[in-house]
Ligand binder design. Structure first.
Ligand code: FNR
Length: 376
């Protein structure tokens, strides 16, 4: 269908499922084991309700915000997802270009199909990009990647900490991949390619399961970029990240692709905010330590719930992959336009003129601990 008939982010998924190459659909859509966490990610947002305010002159609303000190047109960023060329020949360039046009930030993955330099070269002057780091067993490789990222102007480094071993993604495992085909296998995956069991397994053998807290000082010795841990799932680890003077954390379960029965980021957010207040007297958002959430956000309302609770921004992954797989860069642009429109409308309906006006008492999160999983 023409793009004009795509009314929301769910639509992109429904169409991609019918039109995408089978291998690409398997890799993008898959999650681990019984995919309970993947379903829960979206469902968890359903347990939070709004407490909108009235009579607050919402003639003009402003959806813009600041993420780690960088302007963003909305409290959303494009999170890192590997292997963009499985879905479209231009791969992650679709994301870079649409992000430029819409004023949002892209997180470039270690395992992009396009080369890192290609994605940085494609950025417009002043366009902000972050980088997602998989830590290689060979720290010399990691050091080189970090230095290259800093040299090329990457503004923040998101170190993925929830993938010491790859989750079991059975949809993907049923596919075999051609390691010689750059469309199928990312460029920086190294040489340990196992083509017999899906894209994920083929590219991730280099990731270091020995990563530990004591390594943080090593990362800090190499780069001045702000460091954020991606994949924090408890308040205990959130506090540790704060005490180690990191710039922030992403409350994430990797889109349900790692530990099945991990809780959703939005649920963990509630506990993290509560415990930081109790143990450190800190409230969010604040500039010293920023909270991010990803997983299952498909509507501006999902994002606005996280923002009201204290998150700085929310990462969105699969919808943009589905958008470019079918429609290329225009698809991603349309997806961002949909979000922009949803943000403006819902800010008005919430009685908030700006993102800063979103405060905890605009949501009722009292059901967040009910552990109810509904299939959307
Ligand atoms: C991912 N994600 C991911 N994360 C990461 O740190 N490094 C990576 O290489 C990838 N690759 C990747 C590929 C694909 C196909 C998906 C769907 C996801 C996880 C990603 O950054 C994010 O945590 C989730 O995608 C967020 O959930 P939604 O928005 O996809 O539901």
């Amino acid at each position: 269908p023409p793009l004009a008939e795509i009314l929301n982010l769910h639509d992109f998924e429904a169409i991609a499922r019918l039109t995408m190459p089978e291998k690409a659909w398997a890799y993008y859509s898959s999650a681990s084991d019984d995919e309970i966490t993947n379903r829960e990610n979206h469902a968890a947002f359903h347990r939070i309700w709004f407490r909108p305010r009235i009579m607050r002159d919402v003639t003009v609303v402003d959806t813009s915000t600041s993420i780690l000190g960088h302007a963003s047109s909305m409290p959303v960023y494009i999170t890192a997802t590997a292997l963009g060329k499985l879905g479209h020949p231009d791969g992650e360039l679709n994301l870079t270009r649409a992000a430029a046009k819409r004023g949002v930030i892209q997180m470039i993955p270690t395992l992009s199909s396009c080369s890192f330099d290609e994605l940085v070269d494609a950025a417009q002057p002043g366009q902000v990009q972050f980088f997602q780091l998989y830590v290689n067993r060979d720290r010399a490789v990691t050091k080189r990647i970090m230095q290259q990222a800093e040299r090329r102007g990457i503004k923040a480094l998101f170190i993925t900490v929830d993938a010491p071993q790859l989750g079991r993604r059975e949809k993907d495992m049923r596919m075999t991949f051609d390691a010689a085909d750059p469309h199928e296998i990312g460029k920086s995956g190294g040489d340990q390619v196992d083509r017999s069991r899906g894209a994920a397994k083929a590219i991730t053998g280099f990731i270091d399961p020995g990563l530990k807290w004591a390594d943080i000082s090593w990362f800090k010795s190499i780069t001045k970029m702000p460091l954020i841990l991606k994949g924090v799932q408890t308040w205990e680890d959130a506090l540790e990240a704060y005490d180690q003077n990191l710039a922030g954390i992403v409350l994430s379960n990797h889109g349900g692709r790692q530990l099945d029965f991990a809780r959703s980021g939005i649920e963990v957010l509630v506990e993290v905010v509560e415990k930081f207040k109790e143990k450190r007297g800190i409230t969010f958002p604040n500039d010293r330590f920023q909270l991010f959430v990803d997983g299952g956000a498909r509507r501006a309302t999902d994002v606005l719930k996280a923002i009201a609770l204290g998150a700085t921004a929310v990462g969105i992954g699969r919808p943009f992959l589905y958008a470019f797989s079918t429609y290329g860069v225009e698809g991603v642009d349309h997806a961002l336009q949909i979000l922009q429109d949803e943000f403006e409308m819902n800010l008005r309906l919430l009685g908030a003129q700006t993102i800063k006006d979103l405060v905890p008492n605009m949501v009722d999160a009292s059901n967040i601990r009910s552990h109810l999983v509904t299939v959307p």
